[in-house]
Design a binder for this molecule. Structure first.
Ligand code: CP
Ligand code: NVA
Length: 302
């Protein structure tokens, strides 16, 4: 039943497959692959959480490839009124050629993938954000060349995006240093997986140690969608703000990355996110190109 072309998490792919998919994204961006390869195909998009980039980039992306998108809002569809995920998956599979879902729960994502007979794409869960990392690797490499062998530092909450950075570091062979408060350490299962694969991952509470000589500094919101303890998180994460002093400890040509949405004066100061080392809007744009690569891989008869 399981479709082989789900895009659920980076750790489920060999490096060569991720490179192939990223390659499609770059070729679509440059025009090497052109035309409307997904003419007439439909993508269902389910958002159980808010979104700007993911929503717009998937809809524009499938349109540019010749297909169309159908948006499902759980509160105004039967999904939010008791229809099971399994039945939703079976029904949508009769109408559309792929399903993108943003949901809190990994279980919902996996149940959808189990019962759908079309590809399912993870548009963010509480555990991961793989599409973001495809765009981030594309962005780093466009600016600085191969990411393999480089050092990236994650500053702040060991959250869903941090987990996908751990997956990406392991698959794309770069070193990842995570600076997080002990209370918000990265997911231990993800760290264990990385260790089992020989990933070069380290976790520390010391921001200064982690950013030293790094090639890329990454931050994310202190309060992710669904987090309830905002005040406590602000207290814990205050020492992990990326400011000019932090950037000065990294390499002089280090990039600053952030998946957005950002909160200036919280996880990053305006001088850094709006400064010359920041590539955050290239990252946002590359959501479109990287996801077109994913859609092309999932939905065309390759
Ligand atoms: N980075 C990202 O996924 O943004 P949205 O929440 O706006 O989709
Ligand atoms: N960690 C953030 C990422 C938003 C794109 C969240 O889950 O809200």
């Amino acid at each position: 039943m399981t479709h082989t072309k789900h895009f659920l998490d980076l750790n489920q792919f060999e490096t060569s497959k991720l490179r192939e998919i990223l390659g499609y994204g770059s070729q679509l961006k440059s025009g090497e692959i052109s035309g409307r390869p997904l003419e007439g195909k439909s993508l269902a998009m389910i958002f159980e959480k808010p979104s700007t980039r993911t929503r717009v980039s998937f809809e524009v992306g499938i349109n540019q490839l010749g297909g169309n998108a159908v948006l499902l809002d759980p509160s105004s569809s039967q999904m939010g009124h008791g229809e099971t995920i399994a039945d939703t998956a079976r029904v949508l599979s009769r109408f559309v050629d792929a399903i993108m879902i943003r949901t809190s729960s990994e279980e919902i994502l996996h149940e959808l993938a189990e019962y759908a007979t079309v590809p399912v794409i993870n548009g963010l869960t509480d555990e991961s954000h793989p599409c973001q990392l495809m765009a981030d690797v594309m962005t780093y490499e466009e600016h600085r060349g191969a990411i393999a062998g480089k050092t990236v530092t994650w500053c702040g909450d060991g959250n869903n995006v941090a987990s996908s950075w751990i997956h990406a570091a392991t698959r794309f062979d770069f070193e990842l240093k995570l600076a997080t408060p002990a209370e918000l350490a990265p997911n231990q299962k993800v760290l264990d997986w990385a260790q089992s694969q020989g990933g070069k991952i380290s976790v520390t509470c010391s921001m200064d140690e982690a950013v030293q000589d790094s090639d890329c500094i990454v931050a994310d919101t202190w309060v992710s969608m669904g987090d309830k303890d905002a005040a406590n998180r602000h207290n814990l994460l205050k020492p992990y703000q990326v400011d000019e002093r932090v950037m000065s400890l990294a390499k002089s040509d280090a990039l600053f990355m952030h998946c957005l949405p950002a909160h200036r004066g919280e996880e990053v100061v305006a001088e850094v996110i709006d400064g010359p080392q920041s590539v955050v809007f290239d990252e946002a744009e590359n959501r479109l190109h990287a996801q077109k690569g994913i859609l092309y891989w999932c939905m065309s008869n390759l």
